[in-house]
Design a protein around this ligand. Sequence first.
Ligand code: ADP
Ligand code: MG
Length: 284
Amino acid sequence: SIMSADLSPTEIGDYLIKEEVGKGAFSTVYRAVHKETGEQFAIKVIKKSAINVDAKTQKRYKTEVEILRSVNHPHIISLKDLYNTKDRLYLVMEFVNGGELFDKIVDKGSYSEKDAATVVFKVLDAIQYLHHKNIAHRDLKPENLLLKSSDDTHVMLSDFGLSRILGEESMMSTACGTPYYVAPEVVKAVSYTKEVDMWSIGVITYFLLAGFPPFMGEKLTDIVEQILEADFSFPSPYWDDVSDAAKDFVSKLLVIDPRARFSAEQALNHPWLALEKASDKPLK
Ligand code: ADP
Ligand code: MG
């Protein structure tokens, strides 16, 4: 009935659903406990009434979930299980309890250059891994970067792959069908998804170092205009103590032409991350 569909779920499959830990546009995330092992998980519950799940999308779940399940990286929150009921979709994921990177940046004001580099290195490592698998995140932002623990730099990519499961009909049809009839902007959208992630990493890096985003404005149209022209600067006094290497790093990502924008490989090889790369190797 309508009533039961609206009540908070208490269990699904092998998991007991506990308190709510977060909310997104179309979903609620709960802490959950595995009935047998007692291990903690996060379960994202998506109400189907809130999204437009057509027959074609339904059919795609299976293959897409296999892709999501194949993801295994220390800085990516992976999908452990999926339940698909009449009313809801349940995504069972690794549980993290450090909150959102966004809140941490706001709390701290901004990150030190060293800590920012540590965070950005981990995000890039995860993104390079995904891009090698031909998967783009498409929704990278500090709200979707979660901290595994109270450690300010132990960042994990979340909210990943949902767009692959739920949306972008045009992209999927191009990838799966014949391209004879496809308009140029659709073709472009397909080939430029990875570059979209790299732009986002540029914005995140800027935000970490400054404590405010590169593109701001009273009105949405102001922000869009700035983005279209990559119109940003490093205003004093906020950026005075930040190295030229960090500014150069940001400038190589916030590039209008996606083909000229740094790839994950290029970014990982940038001098700003050189120290970070060296320190990431385990000491023996
Ligand atoms: P949406 O797709 O709806 O934006 P998110 O994956 O971003 O959903 O999750 C919404 C919120 O739920 C996050 O910002 C976070 O606070 C919480 N959350 C999501 N995944 C986890 C997780 N694996 N562990 C703990 N909390 C989580
Ligand atoms: Mg989110």
